[in-house]
Design a protein around this ligand. Structure first.
Ligand SMILES: Cc1cc2nc3c(=O)[nH]c(=O)nc-3n(C[C@H](O)[C@H](O)[C@H](O)COP(=O)(O)OP(=O)(O)OC[C@H]3O[C@@H](n4cnc5c(N)ncnc54)[C@H](O)[C@@H]3O)c2cc1C
Length: 430
């Protein structure tokens, strides 16, 4: 039974990867704290679901990115949480113009161009990704699609410098037991109050005052581990007002859009089909929207579609039926119309309209990469930001969020009079 502190020194708002990282550090440092979470579950954008399809799939994060240096991958090892032990064959599998092609990534036009965007960033230039790619190339929609998946923004809205600052080791491993399930395991022994939305954070003479649906709580310092859009839109009010530089940073590094559509089948309709990750793209169809599918991940009879960028925001607004129809049409094109008869269930994500998330992840606009640094600045020296938007090199990821939570916890603990101690990011209670 987890004990709640009646008189916390630090209050953490949000129980996603960042809030949980903060909680684990505060627990390790022996600081009295509490985590307040608006939803009826922990994890935020880390959410594994077994109920909707009867097979596990992740609504949000699913891959250990930069897995060889990923703190949450190391935690998975400690907890015996399963993931694909080595990267898949580095091939791109694409259904285009009525047939499949399978190419090594090093010879693939799409991957070449994704790398070009990053290289421009490495050279220190901060321009739009759209300026780096050839708009007239027949594969341009596919390059744009992949850029959107990586940055959750359209190519015109992606800063090359921000892209170049992301630390990519190239090792990406999907989490078999669920990324959300892993983050939830890390939350088990933490004092988290669910169903407790925070509406305002105020700076007081000696600390902070937090207004929640359950009343007002005070503490010496606080960590705002909520999606950037919660503060940007004033859904959590900050008194005496957000610093103009932070308001500007929210505008310069906005959250983008990314949704998934999942289908389950009455049997493994992709049996014998080797690539478990495929692109489907028909450049001559009325809609030239490319799709990505994870096909029968870990042998499960499901397909999970990935779509990102502004168009998916519109599709998500139309609702489940339109989203599912869109994905099924693409699957039919590549696998034949019989596949429709095999569908048992469907499920969709709604990160874009989720009142406590309201987007996918944050990406700097062209010319604005420097603004991300603003998220590192404490508010009135008492309120610290944490989250995927805050981490400067593992931004947009769950492990980056987790590490940013640990950093914020150390700073908040110091402010609350607990000295300047560092927490071990791999700490698990004995
Ligand atoms: C479709 C999709 C696919 C992704 N794929 C990957 C991937 O493969 N690998 C990867 O590493 N990352 C991936 N990501 C990104 C990753 O999921 C996020 O970067 C990470 O989970 C964010 O963690 P966080 O703690 O910053 O925010 P969140 O997980 O959003 O947590 C914030 C928490 O704050 C709570 N909250 C909000 N408002 C309030 C309030 N007023 N009061 C109290 N609580 C509040 C929310 O309910 C939420 O639980 C993906 C994201 C999406 C959307």
């Amino acid at each position: 039974m987890v004990q709640y502190s009646a008189d916390p020194d630090v209050i953490v708002i949000g129980a996603g990867a960042a809030g949980i990282g903060a909680g684990r550090a505060l627990k390790q440092l022996g600081v009295p704290f509490i985590i307040l979470e608006a939803k009826d579950r922990v994890g935020g954008r880390a959410h594994s679901d077994t109920a909707s399809l009867g097979h596990l799939w992740d609504h949000g994060c699913h891959w250990f990115h930069s897995a060889d240096v990923n703190v949450l991958r190391e935690m998975a090892d400690r907890l015996g949480h399963k993931y694909l032990p080595r990267p898949r064959r580095p091939y791109a599998n694409t259904f285009m113009d009525g047939s499949w092609s399978c190419r090594p990534l090093r010879d693939d036009y799409v991957w070449e161009n994704l790398a070009k965007v990053v290289e421009v960033g490495h050279s220190g230039r901060d321009i739009a990704a759209a300026e780096v790619i050839d708009p007239n190339h027949p594969w341009n929609p596919m390059v744009r699609h992949w850029l959107a998946l990586m940055y959750s923004a359209d190519a015109e809205d992606i800063s090359t410098l921000d892209a170049g600052r992301y630390r990519d080791t190239g090792v990406n491993l999907p989490v078999e037991d669920g990324y959300g399930a892993l983050v939830a395991k890390l939350a088990r022994d933490l004092p988290i109050k669910l169903n407790t939305p925070v509406s305002a954070v105020s700076i007081t003479r000696n600390g902070v005052e937090i207004i929640t649906s359950e009343g007002t709580i005070t503490a010496k310092s606080a960590i705002l581990a909520v999606p950037a859009r919660m503060l940007e839109t004033g859904r959590i009010a900050f008194n005496p007002g957000l610093p103009p530089a932070l308001e500007q940073a929210f505008h310069d590094v906005p959250m983008g859009w990314y949704e998934k559509i999942a289908l389950s089948f009455d049997r493994d309709v992709f049996e014998g089909f080797d690539p478990s990750y495929a692109d489907i793209f028909d450049p001559v169809a009325p809609t030239t929207q490319p799709f990505n599918f994870e096909l029968h991940p870990f042998g499960r009879p499901i397909a999970v579609t990935h779509l990102a960028g502004k168009d998916v925001r519109e599709l998500e607004r139309k609702g489940d039926a339109d989203m599912t129809a869109f994905a099924l049409e693409a699957l039919e094109r590549a696998f034949g119309s019989d596949i429709r008869k095999r569908v048992v269930k469907s499920a969709t994500t709604h990160w874009s309209s989720d009142p406590y998330i309201n987007g996918a992840y944050a990406c700097a606009k062209p010319g604005r990469a420097e603004s991300r640094k603003q998220f590192l600045e404490p508010l009135h020296d008492r309120v610290f930001l944490a989250g995927e938007h805050v981490h400067q090199s593992f931004n947009a990821t769950a492990h980056g969020a987790y590490l940013s939570g640990i950093d914020a916890a150390q700073a908040a603990a110091g402010k609350a009079g607990h000295g300047s101690r560092t927490a071990d990011p791999l700490w698990l209670a004995a």
